[in-house]
Design a protein around this ligand. Structure first.
Ligand code: FAD
Length: 639
């Protein structure tokens, strides 16, 4: 442990994956059944991996904290999933998808992994179609596509505004098939509370049964984390309220390096916060920017209803600033441009923290029915929340925390720095650099789960075939279990006055104010002090009723918030350390005269992989230098 070996295969970029698959070690079918694999998570990455590994013949145990795998957070994805099919004949290709992702991520991702993600994208779409995912089709019956930010082709496959739900139902059915065949054992309502290492290899987990409180030991030859992102560190975000980073954080504390934690995406099109009592924000899919135009009044404080403001008095600021990409600039660019207009006093509504997303022109041109067919459920959702009919007047939107590009560091095989521990989907750092392009997460999560991990894991497991079934009676399991129980009891014994959620809310506000859409040295240093103070208060004044031996949702929240305090510290350290602006990481000190991100490739063209060294001790930074052999590192321009 302790070294970054990325294991990128030799040879030309376009043939690396093919060559890798042809030469990787395999496991004989008779041996597969004897090898056990734990998969944590049942989103597109985890359920995909479980079904593919089950189909291959491995013995898989799959865990999620929801009551059903099909409630994993992937269900919330709306807009679509990318693939380089080039059905539109508009110049798309694997290379172009790869290039768009590398550029969109502001040249802070590993070339070989990104190329492979693009390469596998077409298999993902074919696979989902075979599983019966009802992607939208055009009049001739061919799969339809639409555009997403940061690209000039139409490569996003979709099912209205419910793409994640439809894909997850497809994955869920293939998972169920494997459960029925006995290849996968499903453990819902379990929360992984620690990773168990035996002889420095990942060999199992400690989980809590969330219904009974029982603490369980589970062993395997390898462990796969497919546990999603940590966007809820901001408390208010577009993620499900229960999304959390605890599994990844526990693995980090056992030796898995955490990469680029400060690369967090703030999504430009969310329903603005309505009041102080909200526990989450709702996304309005990026796909809406295909047909919706973003604008603010040209006059500060213009409080007329949007429809009363004539065309010449509207500032379509994305189209004005970025004529080449217009409303379809990438998310980081759109979010900052929105913030700039609102900070300058042109925002709308009571708070001034909102801009218009207007469909008037598209409805005029295409008709209401066409817009309804593409986005009907999103318009319904917006109306349910705000009472506003967006066919008649513009939606109001504002940026919110959404996606985490950072995550556990993984090599080309998606293995972390702990042998036998893998991280896939949003839980790893791998493919999106400093900014993710829309619709490429479902693509990556599904590609990792269905097509990449099942190939790479055999390279490790081939050397494990002589290792007998791992026993949970080993002292390492007993030790980890003891630590878990002590910690649960520690939360309960504080007997303070404040709830875990109230701490989470205050932590989220610190993160949003000082380490959100824009950051600067002074604010980040202030955040360090504030986080530390709040963390101390948490450990003195937390109140958790009940016991750990029963259903106890307050206790669940406490564990997740406690981990968020530690991750928040690392996130801020990472943001302070990176003295440049790149993608979503915008340091105010480093910007061009036009207010665009100013990278420093000479000093910061690396992945920052942080090593945990113990309670209260500083992390150690390891750098994976990024070498770009196929693309030239250019200033990212959407003008
Ligand atoms: C509102 C919204 C809309 C989006 N729309 C799009 C889109 O249109 N296109 C796109 O490409 N991307 C979209 N994204 C991003 C995308 O949905 C996610 O990045 C992706 O679905 C993540 O999948 P995953 O498999 O990595 O994890 P998830 O789907 O988040 O699943 C995580 C799993 O891990 C389990 N888990 C976590 N911790 C533990 C633990 N300690 N113990 C046990 N189980 C645990 C959970 O139970 C769950 O099953 C959207 C995101 C949001 C928030």
């Amino acid at each position: 442990m302790g070294k970054l070996i990325s294991k990128i295969p030799d040879g030309p970029l376009a043939s690396k994956w093919t060559k890798y698959k042809a030469s990787v070690k395999l496991v004989n079918p008779a041996n597969k059944k004897k090898l056990e694999i734990i998969v944590i998570g049942t989103g597109l990455s985890g359920a995909g991996a479980s079904s593919a590994l089950g189909e291959l013949g491995y013995s898989v145990k799959t865990f999620c904290y929801q009551d059903s795998p099909r409630r994993a957070h992937s269900v919330a994805a709306q807009g679509g999933i990318n693939a380089a099919k080039n059905y539109q004949n508009d110049g798309d290709s694997t290379y172009r998808l790869f290039y768009d992702m590398i550029k969109g991520g502001d040249f802070r991702a590993r070339e070989a992994n990104v190329y492979r993600a693009a390469e596998v994208s077409n298999q993902v779409i074919d696979h989902f179609t075979a599983l019966g995912v009802p992607f939208a089709r055009d009049y001739g019956g061919t799969l339809d596509t639409r555009s997403f930010g940061g690209v000039q082709v139409s490569r996003t496959f979709y099912s209205k505004g419910q793409t994640g739900q439809q894909c997850l139902l497809g994955v869920y059915s293939s998972l169920n098939r494997q459960i029925k065949k006995g290849n996968v054992t499903m453990y819902p309502r379990r929360e992984m509370l620690d990773l168990v290492l035996v002889d420095d290899k990942a060999r199992g987990i400690i989980a809590r049964n969330l219904l009974t409180g029982e603490i369980e030991r589970h062993a395997a030859h390898a462990v796969v984390l497919a546990t999603g992102g940590y966007g809820t560190i901001y408390f208010l975000s577009t993620l499900a309220v229960n999304s959390n980073a605890s599994a990844a954080w526990k693995a980090h504390k056992k030796g898995a390096f955490f990469a680029n934690p400060s690369f967090v995406q703030i999504h430009p099109t969310c329903v603005p916060q309505l009041n102080e009592f909200q526990s989450k924000l709702t996304l309005m899919s990026e796909s809406l920017r295909n047909d919706g135009r973003v604008w603010v009044p040209k006059t500060k404080g213009d409080s007329r209803p949007a429809n009363d403001i004539p065309e010449e008095e509207r500032d379509y600021f994305l189209e004005r600033r970025y004529p080449a990409f217009g409303n379809l600039v990438p998310r980081d660019v759109a979010s900052r441009a929105t913030k700039e207009r609102c900070d300058a006093g042109f925002g709308i509504g009571d708070t001034g923290l909102a801009v218009n997303l207007d469909f008037r022109d598209s409805i005029k041109k295409q008709g209401k029915k066409a817009i309804e067919n593409k986005y009907g459920n999103l318009f319904d959702m917006y109306k349910t929340i705000t009472g506003i009919d967006s066919y008649e007047e513009p939606m109001r939107i504002y940026p919110a925390g959404h996606y985490t590009m950072g995550g556990l560091w993984v090599d080309y095989e998606l293995m972390t720095t702990i042998p036998g521990l893998y991280a896939i989907g949003e839980s790893n750092f791998s493919d999106h650099g400093a900014n993710r392009l829309g619709a490429s997460s479902l693509m990556q999560a599904s590609g990792d789960g269905y097509f990449i991990l099942p190939n790479t894991i055999s390279n490790y497991l081939a050397d494990e075939i002589r290792v007998p079934k791992i026993s949970t009676n080993k002292p390492e399991f007993a030790e980890a279990e003891k630590t878990v129980i002590e910690r649960l009891n520690k939360f309960i014994s504080i007997k303070g006055r404040q709830t875990a959620a109230s701490f989470h809310k205050r932590l989220g506000k610190i993160m949003w104010d000082y380490c959100g859409m824009v950051r600067n040295e002074e604010g980040l240093k202030k955040a360090q002090v504030l986080i530390n103070d709040l963390r101390e208060e948490f450990w003195k004044d937390l109140n958790i009723p009940g016991e750990y031996t029963e259903l106890n949702q307050e206790l669940e929240k406490a564990g997740r918030v406690a981990d968020y305090f530690e991750l928040a510290e690392l996130l801020v350290t990472d943001a302070l350390d990176r003295n440049e602006s790149c993608g979503a990481h915008f340091r105010e000190e480093y910007q061009t005269p036009e207010g665009e991100a100013l990278r420093n490739d000479e000093k910061f063209a690396y992945v920052a992989a942080w090593e945990y060294t113990g309670e209260g001790k500083p992390h150690i930074l390891h750098k994976e230098e990024l070498k770009f052999e196929e693309v030239e590192m250019k200033v990212r321009s959407y003008k």
